[in-house]
Design a protein around this ligand. Structure first.
Ligand SMILES: [Zn+2]
Length: 251
């Protein structure tokens, strides 16, 4: 290409998106002279959901800026915590993030997730229709223009994914108030009312129950409780419970 030559500097945390042989601090680039900076940055591999402020020769520009010869472009990372204006904060997770979805729900964060792969187009449409922040490790999905808002999930390990999302968006935490199975709200449940759904051993051992108002699943302090409690207490210690819900139906 004989278009304008520019220099591109990515924030260190964005360099993993660059082609493997182009992850230096300052990379020379030839553009086509008509594409916007947003397109240039995205074509270089960086999802625009991950780009914060963009500077040209030290001055902030928008993604619609068309770079010209000799310009020095700097792409910063999104600022954390990141605000998502215009709707209550809620999420949509792609099919590969089931563990993260269940952990967010455990903390009371609204996290929609389909265990079947409904496809990128349907996910993007759902993100737009329900104004949910699309969480994914798929850069192609995050490039879709329809999505309401999106974020790349940087780790493939659920512990680190949870810290990444909680630190980035600081959602209000309300542990034990949401169904990890379907994302529905939980309510207190009488032992008598749910007794028929329980095994004899559970009925004999536990007295406090909660039930999902959407899928009817019954919750109690079972064998997994210590592991779940560790996830909850770790998240609350680091990211705060926010305005915790007065009701704590799943004690
Ligand atoms: Zn449920």
């Amino acid at each position: 290409m004989n278009g304008p030559r520019i220099d591109l500097t990515l924030a260190p945390e964005l360099r993993l998106f660059a082609p493997a042989d182009r992850r230096g601090a300052r990379v020379p680039l030839v553009t086509d002279g008509s594409s916007t900076l947003g397109h240039v940055v995205e074509s270089f591999g960086v999802p625009l959901t991950e780009a914060g402020e963009i500077l040209v020769d030290g001055r902030p520009v928008t993604v619609s800026h068309i770079p010209s010869a000799g310009e020095s472009v700097e792409v910063r990372a999104v600022t954390r915590p990141q605000e998502v204006p215009g709707a209550p904060l809620r999420f949509l997770l792609d099919v590969h993030l089931g563990t993260l979805a269940r952990r967010l729900r455990l903390l009371g964060v609204d996290a929609a997730y389909e265990s079947e792969d409904i496809g990128d187009a349907a996910l993007a449409a759902l993100s737009a229709a329900e104004r949910r922040v699309m969480l994914s490790r798929d850069r192609g999905l995050l490039r879709r223009r329809e999505i309401w808002a999106g974020a790349y999930v940087y780790s493939d390990k659920p512990d680190e994914q949870l810290r990444d999302v909680l630190g980035r968006f600081t959602p209000r935490l309300a542990p034990w108030t949401r169904c990890t199975n379907c994302n529905g709200p939980l309510r207190d449940a009488d032992k008598e009312a749910v007794g028929g759904r329980l095994e004899d051993g559970t009925r004999a051992t536990y007295d406090v129950f909660a039930q999902c108002v959407v899928c009817d699943r019954v919750y109690w302090r079972g064998a997994h409780h210590a592991r779940l409690e560790a996830i909850v207490s770790g998240a609350v210690r680091e990211f705060g419970a926010g305005v915790s819900s007065p009701a704590r139906p799943f004690p």
